[in-house]
Each structure stands twice: as structure tokens, then as C-alpha cells.
Design a protein around this ligand. Structure first.
Ligand code: HEM
Length: 499
């Protein structure tokens, strides 16, 4: 970065400024002269400082880092960034909360975004995940409704537990993620002490053009550390930005946070016999059956010198994959492929890929031209159409993916969900049973605390519907929540479905 100290102040077009603070007037008492252009420029630019915040994940923190390959996984993928032990790739990461605005508190109970942009020689590869292995819903069509419930009530402009639990109780596929969220993992101690997940099932393709399906796991090397519900509330009052401060300070002090990256692998034939839909984002793959395979290590070692330029303007997209990595039939993932670049064209403008943090540091050649804020030279005098007889550019067939076998029926009169898609209870129950006694207690306290906010004429209906889900996941979990909400067994029995 150029040293910008001890320089003349200038206008945006470079003219030296004679008086930065006092407006040009007729006499010391005014009025103001229209010809003081610098006054206009200053006020006008200030008025344009805000851009739309992200529709979700608006509050976040970012850093640059390095990914180093530590294990040979070339039998699964030909992706250059994962091949060659010791190979290093520069990256940018952005952590975030989901529902809050840009100025909201870092300690909210919320999933944390975990988005990584790898600057690879085959193009930028974005892995846009969370700190949870599953999600609330499994169909992109439900996303806007779900997010509306996480934002403010359109009437009161306040957050509304009633909307939240109404939606969750009507969409029981959310139970697994809600259980994770209500555990202490819903309030991690900053960003350094949590795992990250790709969450979706992706595919990997090797040099022989063979495909396997995979899930990504980033495991924190700082150790898992969470806040309890009470500690998170206290932190919200004490330091709204503590996660940002914690990450920035650690990196500034040379205490570089690290995560190890692993994958789980499922062959194409195993996807056909797996007891759940392996592309269902509300389910995990057992690590006993599909063990973690080491890939490499991510280290965060450089704070961005300017927050807006890097962290606010970075644009991640699940659409950005590279050779050797593929999508999967996961319906949510398919929806996300469309959604992110669309959001970024609105948030940052059509040429957002030219912003330095988003720009591919390697060659990009295509026939896209012009548009607002074209700042990359617009590919100079090169032809702007294809095919042409001049530039010799070509499509590279060596990057072809293997053919994908899919079910062949498209119709509206059959069930859009695959068989077994309605087991929303086994995995959340397993998760509850895995917790130790203290963690179970915290989970129940957090659920009770959150559900206590449900109010209004539909309160009982919503509470009962959600209680039923907790019971179906695990009897003791259901009993704990019911007791915490002050229900007697007699009252419960009244609401139970009669045989
Ligand atoms: C951000 C849409 C599901 C993780 C965003 C943004 C949109 C969006 C529009 C803002 C992008 C921007 O302005 O730059 C959706 C839709 C989803 C979905 C339509 C479901 C179909 C998910 C899931 C995950 C996830 C399942 C994690 C597994 C993230 C993260 C960010 C984000 C980490 C913030 C990226 C950043 O730091 O800039 N999402 N999302 N989203 N989403 Fe999603």
C-alpha cells in the first residue's frame, strides 16, 4: 500500500484544496458562494456513502489468509488448490451473523456465516458455509419467508419470537438446525473458536473424470469455546463488536487463527443406499460411516487495511466453483447458485467482480464489456464478440465434468420430496442425546427462554405444535421444555393427539 501520509489534500479529481474546513463566503458572516466546488463534492459524496447492506449476514468481519495442502486427495479431485502437499493458496474469509443489521450485536443467538474465497489459478473458488453442518430448510423457495421471520415484524418493527416459532413449528425440517442453534453453539465466543462447514453436499471430480460426493468440515485449532445464554446477553450490553475486535486483535498481535480442513466422501453408489437423501441440507452424514479425511490447513494472517473496501465489498457466491469441484442435486444449493450474484449486482453493481477483493488475480478473458464502473480497462482493444477471427480464444474441453445421472420425471402431480424426507426427528434427537448433562440443561434453558417470547392469540397453538416436535425428537427433551414452560402433565395430556 502506498504511503499516504504528509500529502496535499486534494479534490477527488486531484486539485489541491486550499481550505478544507471553512466554506468560501462573501465576507466572514456569509452567505456561501456557489463556486466552492469542494463543499459540494464533500457533501455529495457523503450522501452516497451507504450501499445496501446484505439482505442476510449484514454484520461481519473479514481477514486474508493462506490455505496449505497437508494431505494428498488427488484420488478424489483434480482441483489445483487441493493438489500437491505444501501448495499454498491465498484466501479471504468473512464471518458473520445472519439476521441482524450491519450495526447489530456479534453475540446474538444465530448461526455464524463462514465464507471463504480461495484465489486459485483456475478462478476464484467460494465456499460459502456456516458454523453449522445443517440448515433450517431444504428448499430455496422457502428462504425469503424464513428470513422474514428472522427480521423485524412489519407492524411493530421489533424482532418477534412469535413469527420465528410459528415458522419453525410449521416447518419441522428446521428442528435439527434449531436444536443446534439453541445449544451453546448458537452463541460462539467470537469467530476463532468455532468450526466451519460447507454444509451442502458438493461433488469432487478427479483426473480420470470420476465423481464422488463430499461434505466440508473446517475444525478450529483454537478449541471450541461458547458463551452461555446469560454470558451472550451480557456481552451484547458490554461490547456489541467483540467478535470483530477479538479477530482483529488476534491477527494484529500475530496470534494467527487456524482451522484444519477435512472432507467426508460418499461414492455415487453409496448415495443410492444412504438411509436419508444425501443431498438434504437438514441432515448430517455420520462420521463413523463417512470418516473425516484431512485436506489442509487455513491460517488467517492479515487484517484488511480498510473495512469497507474489503469486508463490505467482498462478494461470495456458491456459483463460483473451480475445475475438480462440482455442485450436487441439493435443491438449496441449486437455489443459491442463482441468488448470490443477483444480490451482488444489486448491492455492488454489475461490475462487482472488478472490485479488488473480488477480482481474480489470474487471467480472465471473455466478451463482457462496459457497464457502470468499468475500471479494469474493459479488455482494451480486444474483440468483443465470439467467435471471431482475431484473438484465438477457445473453450477448454479438458474442464468437462462427467455426465450426471438424474431421475427423469418432471411433473407437478407427484411428491416433490424424496421418500424418507419427512424424518425430521431422528437426527435432532441423536444430537440431544450426544450432549452431556450440562449442555442438555443449557439447551433446554435456551429453548425455554426463546419460546417464552411467543405471544398473542395464537400463542398456545404455536407452543403446542413446537413442543410436539421436541417430544418427537426425544421424550426427555420434550419433558424438559414442557416443564420449563410451566406445563403440568395433565395440561400436556389434554393437547396430545388422542388415539
Ligand atoms: C449471504 C441468499 C442459504 C450462508 C447471502 C446473501 C444472499 C443469500 C442473497 C447476501 C449475498 C450478498 O449480498 O453478498 C441465500 C439463499 C439461501 C441461502 C437464497 C437458500 C436458498 C444459505 C446457506 C448458507 C448460507 C444454506 C450456509 C450453509 C451465507 C453466508 C453469507 C450469505 C455465509 C454471507 C457471505 C458474506 O460474508 O458476504 N445469502 N442464502 N446461506 N449466505 Fe446465504
Amino acid at each position: 500500500m502506498e504511503d499516504n501520509r504528509n500529502k496535499k489534500i486534494t479534490t477527488a479529481s486531484g486539485a489541491p484544496v486550499v481550505n478544507y474546513e471553512d466554506t468560501m463566503t462573501i465576507g466572514p458572516r456569509g452567505p456561501v458562494l456557489l463556486q466552492d466546488y469542494f463543499l459540494h463534492e464533500k457533501l455529495a459524496h457523503f450522501n452516497r456513502e451507504r450501499i445496501p447492506e446484505r439482505i442476510v449476514h449484514a454484520k461481519g468481519s473479514g481477514a486474508y489468509g493462506t490455505f496449505t495442502v497437508t494431505n494428498d486427495i488427488s484420488k478424489y479431485t483434480r482441483a489445483k488448490l487441493f493438489n500437491g502437499i505444501g501448495k499454498q493458496t491465498k484466501l479471504f474469509i468473512r464471518f458473520s451473523t445472519v439476521g441482524g443489521e450491519r450495526g447489530s450485536a456479534d453475540s446474538e443467538r444465530d448461526p455464524r456465516g463462514f465464507a471463504v474465497k480461495f484465489y486459485t489459478e483456475d478462478g476464484n473458488y467460494d465456499l460459502v458455509g456456516n458454523n453449522t453442518p445443517v440448515f433450517f430448510i431444504k428448499d430455496a423457495k422457502k428462504f425469503p419467508d424464513f428470513i422474514h421471520t428472522q427480521k423485524r415484524d412489519p407492524h411493530t418493527n421489533c424482532k418477534s419470537p412469535t413469527m420465528v416459532w410459528d415458522f419453525w413449528s410449521l416447518n419441522p425440517e428446521s428442528l435439527h438446525q434449531v436444536t443446534t442453534l439453541m445449544s451453546d453453539r448458537g452463541t460462539p465466543f467470537g469467530f476463532r473458536h468455532m468450526h466451519g462447514y460447507g454444509s451442502h453436499t458438493y461433488s469432487m471430480i478427479n483426473a480420470q473424470n470420476e465423481r464422488v460426493y463430499i461434505k466440508y468440515h473446517f475444525r478450529t485449532q483454537q478449541g471450541i469455546k461458547n458463551l452461555t445464554g446469560a454470558e451472550a446477553d451480557e456481552m451484547r450490553a458490554k461490547d456489541m463488536d467483540y467478535a470483530q475486535r477479538d479477530l482483529h486483535t488476534a491477527i494484529a498481535n500475530g496470534d494467527f487463527p487456524k482451522w484444519k480442513l477435512y472432507i467426508q466422501v460418499m461414492t455415487e453408489s453409496e448415495t443410492k443406499t444412504f438411509r436419508w437423501n444425501p443431498f438434504d441440507l437438514t441432515k448430517v452424514w455420520s462420521q463413523k460411516e463417512y470418516p473425516l479425511i484431512e485436506v489442509g490447513e487455513m491460517e488467517l494472517n492479515q487484517n484488511p487495511d480498510n473495512y469497507f473496501a474489503h469486508v463490505e465489498q467482498v462478494a461470495f457466491a456458491p456459483a463460483h466453483i473451480v475445475d475438480g469441484i462440482g455442485f450436487s442435486p441439493d435443491k438449496m444449493l441449486q437455489g443459491r447458485i442463482l441468488s448470490y450474484p443477483d444480490a451482488q449486482r444489486y448491492r455492488l453493481g454489475g461490475n462487482y467482480e472488478q472490485i479488488p477483493v473480488n477480482r481474480c488475480p489470474f487471467m480472465t478473458n471473455n466478451y463482457q464489456r462496459d457497464g457502470q464502473m468499468t475500471v479494469n480497462g474493459n479488455q482494451g482493444a480486444a474483440p468483443n464478440y465470439y467467435p471471431n477471427s482475431f484473438d484465438g480464444h477457445y473453450e477448454d474441453q479438458s474442464y468437462k465434468e462427467p455426465a450426471l445421472q438424474v431421475d427423469s420425471l418432471v411433473a407437478d402431480n407427484y411428491d416433490r420430496n424424496a421418500p424418507g424426507e419427512d424424518d425430521h426427528y431422528t437426527q435432532p434427537g441423536d444430537l440431544y442425546r450426544l450432549l452431556d448433562a450440562e449442555q442438555k440443561e443449557h439447551l433446554i434453558q435456551n429453548i425455554v427462554g426463546a419460546m417464552s417470547g411467543i405471544e398473542g392469540p395464537k400463542r398456545d397453538e404455536i407452543v403446542m405444535r413446537q413442543l410436539c416436535h421436541w417430544f418427537r425428537a426425544d421424550m426427555n427433551l420434550g419433558l424438559g421444555v414442557a416443564k420449563g414452560l410451566g406445563f403440568s402433565m395433565d395440561e400436556m395430556a389434554k393437547h396430545m393427539p388422542q388415539k
